[in-house]
Design a protein around this ligand. Structure first.
Ligand SMILES: [Zn+2]
Length: 261
């Protein structure tokens, strides 16, 4: 499911109520119900998309042994297959591992799939790859994608409602409402996303019980990538900005080390 679909499913019911020219308590109840319905529909749509397990472009299930396999080192690939066989014993049957053709060293989770990009497989040893796999599995297990869509949907509905003539006539109250909507959209999601990253790092470490590999996996990914990306966040800053979806390398490493204190 694309971001714009999430927005439309949440926002479209709210559009219908922007023509109200006054609001009573029962209207507020109705509005809440409408935004709630939008949210429920959004979650249902995401659930359906997850069931289909749609495959991002240029990705191949690691069980598929037909060649060519992008530019992955084939000996690393066969090592990774063996590692995946072992890890699979701990994971639900429907979780799959994919090789994704991409220029960046990255790992990500999509639906019930864990995706490792070609440079990541070529550059990281098996212990570090195990850490990345466990990190991505934590996102799947905890439904992080679903949960991130909740505040987004609510805030999207909230912003659409701001076009309501009654609300827009409320002076300072209206400005406060708008500020709350915008801060919800721009602050809640990045904040929540950073919390999920910390949790995924911690759960990956609990599973692998290998602090050295966990830390060096994070450092290695940072050293390969020179710009902000999905897995590694910003490279050179010491603390994450309010708007960034990932903590910095330093923050993530400290988070991991705290678990061993
Ligand atoms: Zn992550």
């Amino acid at each position: 499911m694309r971001l714009k679909d999430i927005f439309y499913t949440a926002a479209s019911p709210a559009v219908a109520v922007t023509t109200f020219d006054y609001l009573t308590t029962s209207d507020v109840v109705q509005l809440s119900a409408i935004v709630g319905l939008g949210l429920a529909f959004n979650l249902f749509s995401m659930h359906q998309a997850q069931k289909k397990n749609a495959l991002p472009d240029k990705s191949k299930n690691i069980r598929d042994k037909s060649l060519p396999y992008y530019d992955v080192d084939l000996s690393k690939l066969s090592e990774l297959r063996k590692k995946w066989q072992i890890l699979k014993n701990e994971l639900p049957d429907d979780v799959e591992l994919y090789v994704s053709d991409n220029r960046k060293a990255n790992g990500f989770a999509f639906n019930r799939g864990i995706y490792l990009t070609t440079p990541l497989i070529n550059e990281l040893d098996m212990d570090k790859l195990e850490y990345v796999i466990r990190h991505e599995y934590s996102h799947i297990k905890n439904n992080d994608t679903y949960l991130l869509s909740v505040p987004f949907s609510l805030n999207a509905g909230c912003l659409i409602l701001s076009f309501n003539p009654y609300l827009s006539g409320q002076g300072m109250l209206y400005l406060t409402y708008l500020a709350a909507c915008f801060s919800g959209v721009f602050l809640t999601n990045p904040w929540l996303s950073r919390r999920f990253e910390y949790r995924a790092d911690q759960e990956a470490l609990q599973g692998s019980e290998n602090l050295k590999s966990a830390v060096s996996a994070l450092k290695k990914i940072h050293s390969i990538n020179s710009v902000h990306d999905i897995f590694s966040g910003k490279v050179n800053s010491k603390t994450s900005s309010t708007f960034s979806t990932h903590p910095t390398l330093k923050e993530r490493v400290n988070n991991l080390k705290r678990q061993f204190c």
